[in-house]
Design a protein around this ligand. Structure first.
Ligand SMILES: CC(=O)SCCNC(=O)CCNC(=O)[C@H](O)C(C)(C)COP(=O)(O)OP(=O)(O)OC[C@H]1O[C@@H](n2cnc3c(N)ncnc32)[C@H](O)[C@@H]1OP(=O)(O)O
Ligand SMILES: O=C(O)CCC(=O)C(=O)O
Ligand SMILES: [Zn+2]
Length: 422
């Protein structure tokens, strides 16, 4: 495997070169440039320590929670959301411990729309409470059994109580996309008038698509004056696209978790959201977040919940910046922007051009020979490429095997040239 070395200038792109590593990032503008878009001005509510604790494998002891909270803070997320202190005594103690860390990120806890939970939560030292209650007919009937009038009454009491403690309050409807729109807007209008900091929309079952998200958030944007938080489950693979659509429509806050962990198959992953937002506003995202810390926080969480970082993970997956086919390899070696929208170096990652397989082309082999300082003509490189392909038709070769073959080939060529000269 080989780091790219050669560069060619390509007009119309920005070029940055260091140690043979080139990045030519095309300037990609968000599709919607209208004034309500918050694509360039959003905050992350990082919920690994709340939604993430709902992941099947998650058991976070206090030490682990603290490590994760510190790593998220270091990365630069604006908010860290933690499990309700009403869940258990240890959850309450952990909540207090995290509040006492003095992190830059604001600490929120997530509670049912219930005075019992709110009373416990306001005593923990959090900066704010994320209050939630189901509004779809499914949840009204089968979860809490309350009608909309009751929800409004309960919400009013809980919100006023939290405000009386001087804390930030967000009010959210669970299962928003299967809730009645009139009910929903009526509820949000009421809580907006009460002066909540944010209202939240949650795609609790992962049923929404980006167009539905855009329409609902845009409608809501016209109805409330407070900030709008959004939360997307990934059951049907739309969690990142939905988050982006929400921002385009004027949402201000996006919920994430590291590697997307959460109930069932989880929510918008932090890394995936960052990848998406970077393509829309590279400078803004690089200024807000320490992108080279992403891998550390993902490794930390992966270890804590005993999973592997998926091979195709956004940014940090082991092959996220590996280029294999000959056509790709040639172009990448000339200009990485040909097949990369993310510059690996911005994330502390490295690009690889994989050789030693039957899809290898002579340009990639030439690059490797140059790295090994083996002077070979183009014709010779093409000859040895055929040898590599023949062997790789039987089984792929490791980089060491390719190197050995190249060295041997070079040695034979130079020895025979020398013999001819003598
Ligand atoms: C979509 C989401 O992810 S929302 C966040 C989910 N998070 C959690 O559930 C946090 C962890 N949960 C827990 O530890 C427990 O469920 C607790 C402490 C919150 C409640 O525990 P229990 O009192 O034993 O109740 P249980 O979990 O069986 O049922 C939930 C109760 O909350 C009620 N409820 C459910 N949602 C809400 C809500 N948003 N607001 C108010 N009450 C609610 C239900 O009606 C039920 O009440 P019941 O005791 O009268 O039947
Ligand atoms: O509080 C919220 O907005 C979201 C709650 C939640 O996890 C969900 O609805 O999936
Ligand atoms: Zn959720």
């Amino acid at each position: 495997m080989t780091e790219t070395k050669r560069l060619k200038k390509n007009d119309g792109t920005k070029e940055a070169v260091s140690n043979g590593k080139a990045s030519q990032i095309p300037v990609v503008h968000p599709r919607y440039s209208d004034l309500i878009s918050r694509v360039k001005n959003f905050s992350i509510i990082e919920s690994t320590l709340r939604e993430g604790e709902q992941f099947a494998n998650a058991f976070f002891d206090q030490e682990t929670k603290i490590k994760i909270a510190k790593a998220l803070d270091e990365f630069g997320v604006e908010y860290i959301e933690i499990t309700s202190p009403a869940a258990s005594e240890q959850s309450r103690l952990d909540c207090i411990a995290i509040c006492n860390l003095g992190l830059k990120a604001k600490i929120l806890t997530h509670v049912r729309c219930h005075m019992d939970d709110a009373r416990i939560a306001v005593e923990t030292g959090v900066d704010g409470l994320d209050v939630v209650i189901g509004t779809s007919s499914f949840l009204r009937e089968f979860s809490h059994g309350k009608d909309m009038d009751y929800i409004i009454k309960q919400a009013t009491e809980v919100i006023k109580f939290i405000q009386s403690k001087g804390l930030e309050v967000r009010f959210s409807s669970e299962d928003s996309f299967r809730s009645d729109l009139v009910d929903l807007l009526n509820l949000y209008k009421t809580v907006d008038k009460l002066g909540v900091n944010r209202v939240g929309i949650a795609d609790t079952v992962g049923c929404a698509d980006p167009r539905q998200v855009y329409e609902l958030v845009r409608t809501l944007r016209g109805v409330v004056s407070c900030d709008i938080e959004t939360h997307f489950h990934n059951d049907t693979g739309c969690a990142i696209a939905n988050a982006y659509a929400a921002l385009e429509a004027g949402a201000t806050h996006i919920d994430t978790s590291v590697l997307g962990i959460g109930e069932r198959n989880g929510i918008t992953p932090l890394g995936g959201l960052v990848a998406r937002m970077y393509t829309a506003d590279r400078e803004g995202v690089m200024a807000k977040y320490k992108l080279d810390k992403l891998r550390d926080v993902e490794n930390l969480v992966a270890e804590a919940v005993q999973i592997q970082v998926p091979f195709n993970n956004y940014i940090t997956g082991y092959c996220a910046f590996t280029h294999k086919a000959g056509i790709h390899a040639k172009a990448i070696l000339n200009n990485p922007s040909t097949y990369e929208i993310l510059d690996p170096h911005d994330f502390g990652m490295t690009r690889y051009v994989s050789i030693g397989h039957r899809l290898t082309g002579w340009n990639a082999v030439k690059n490797r020979a140059q790295q090994l300082d083996l002077a070979l003509s183009d014709a010779e490189i093409k000859e040895v490429t055929q040898q590599i392909k023949q062997l790789a038709d039987i089984k792929p070769l490791g980089v060491e095997e390719v190197d050995t073959l190249l060295r041997k080939f070079h040695h034979e060529k130079t020895s025979s040239e020398k013999a001819e000269d003598d």
